[in-house]
Design a binder for this molecule. Structure first.
Ligand SMILES: Nc1ncnc2c1ncn2[C@@H]1O[C@H](COP(=O)(O)OP(=O)(O)O)[C@@H](O)[C@H]1O
Ligand SMILES: [Mg+2]
Length: 440
């Protein structure tokens, strides 16, 4: 595996600027500030390995389908809103199919619980509902049931034959059997509450589009990691409530699939455009902090931190330190975000000389005092420089980075294929190796 300099950011001092090896990047910028065209698309074009891209629109997918490429273009469309496009293959994701192993069923049911309560601690009902769903999911997978059949069974509170199947397959002492029989023996009123919580966790899977998306053939992870393929997950924000469980489940599956194959060379660019509007991933913080060392490089785009607070609650306070690098595009209006970026940029001490006239005698004496000033001002951050982004390095030093929108930069023109571009760019110094000089 070639050296990977991390996320491509643009140009600084006439060389390509990168986040640094294994360093994830957070991009903050309002609508039309260049998040997609200057960061998401260039990174998709440059990486010589597979990527997953989330998006609320199919514009990136369209742009990619119109140019020659090395790898396949795959689409997961859980809202059923993307029209057919040339050279695009649809894939499916079904929580039932992922439950063919007992451990898979446990993971799927856990994911469903965390999605329903992303910012709150798990409660008794969600924990019990997940414990009920795991054996039901597992047996549905063993029976070859579709997602629709599984949901109907849970809605009808029908567990006929499930315990017998588990008993026959694993014996009475296996966790799946004891978990299920334990829950089914719960006092009637409580059991009723557990069934309705379980039904509630499946709320996102009742649309026809979700069921159709689940029925498409699923992704072969070994093949996916063998080339530079792109998987586009497209879901307009108005469908978020129903598409989130499937999207979160699919991303979880891909991320863990990369971790499991890391030593065989699997790498994944997780390009999360419009992150808060597509799927508020409950596990984002752990992917960013643990993923770098296990092959998952995250590029996450948000409008500002108020958007993150609305989705991730208190966790969002830590986003600027969670991501190794932050890229700030011009035009952010949220005061709290601007203040946090200013504080992160640090301070310096400015000498200030003052002259004093002594009470008696002639002449003046001078004293020097040191005043602490922010390196960046709120106005500087909010206005930015047209065509530039303000980058905060892992050492939280600020740099101006010239943006390179793919449609303006000849290096990204359509007659180049992926491979030569990756070679051209990987010869340049990564950002982490830059000297301390700064344009600021
Ligand atoms: N293919 C293109 N050709 C020319 N201009 C474009 C193209 N795609 C986007 N733009 C322009 O680039 C600017 C940034 O757009 P975009 O990267 O989509 O912003 P964001 O993702 O932050 O909303 C906008 O002014 C947009 O109109
Ligand atoms: Mg965009």
């Amino acid at each position: 595996m070639n050296f990977d300099p991390g996320i491509y950011l643009g140009r600084a001092q006439n060389v390509d600027a990168y986040s640094g090896s294994q360093r994830s990047t957070l991009v903050l910028g309002p609508s039309r500030s260049g998040k997609t065209s200057s960061l998401i698309v260039p990174n998709l074009l440059m990486k010589g390995y597979s990527s997953v891209i989330t998006s609320t629109k199919d514009d990136v997918l369209r742009a990619m389908s119109e140019r020659p490429r090395n790898g396949s273009l795959l689409l997961f469309d859980p809202s059923g809103t993307v029209p057919e496009l040339p050279r695009v293959t649809r894939i499916g994701y079904s929580p039932v199919r992922k439950s063919l192993s007992w451990d898979g069923a446990i993971l799927v049911s856990r994911t469903l619980t965390t999605i329903s309560r992303p910012t709150l601690k798990e409660n008794h009902w969600s924990e019990r509902a997940a414990a009920l769903l795991a054996p039901l999911l597992h047996v549905a997978a063993l029976r070859g049931s579709s997602l629709a059949e599984f949901c109907s069974l849970v809605d009808a509170r029908d567990s006929t034959g499930v315990a017998d199947t588990l008993l026959e397959r694993y014996g009475a002492h296996h966790a799946s059997h004891s978990l299920l029989t334990g829950i089914l023996a719960t006092e009637e009123r409580e059991l009723s509450g557990i069934w309705s919580s379980a039904s509630g966790l499946l709320a996102g899977m009742r649309t026809d589009a979700a069921r159709q998306a689940a029925d498409q053939s699923s992704l072969d992870l070994d093949k996916f990691f063998a080339g530079a393929h792109q998987l586009h997950i497209v879901a307009p924000s108005r469908f978020q409530a129903v598409t989130t469980p499937l999207i979160v489940g699919l991303l979880d599956y891909l991320v863990h699939g990369t971790y499991d194959r890391y030593h065989q060379g699997a790498r994944l660019l997780l390009a999360l455009d419009e992150l808060a509007n597509v799927a508020p991933l409950p596990q984002l913080a752990s992917i960013v902090s643990e993923g770098g060392g296990q092959g998952v490089l995250t590029l996450a785009c948000l409008q500002d931190l108020s958007q993150a607070r609305a989705r991730w609650g208190e966790q969002a306070q830590g986003f600027l330190s969670l991501f190794a690098s932050t890229v700030v595009l011009p035009g952010i209006a949220d005061r709290a975000t601007l203040e946090m970026i200013r504080n992160l940029g640090g301070t310096y001490f400015q000498p200030q000389r003052s002259l004093h006239r002594p009470r008696r005698g002639r002449g003046k004496t001078s004293t020097t005092s040191w005043h602490e000033r922010s390196r960046l001002t709120i106005a500087q951050i909010a206005a930015g420089r047209p065509g530039y982004a303000l980058g905060l390095t892992p050492a939280k030093e600020a740099r101006w980075i010239k943006l390179t929108p793919w449609f303006n930069d000849p290096r990204f023109s359509s007659d180049r294929t992926l491979q030569p571009m990756a070679q051209v760019l990987s010869t340049e110094r990564p950002w982490s190796e830059f000297s301390h000089s700064s344009e600021l």
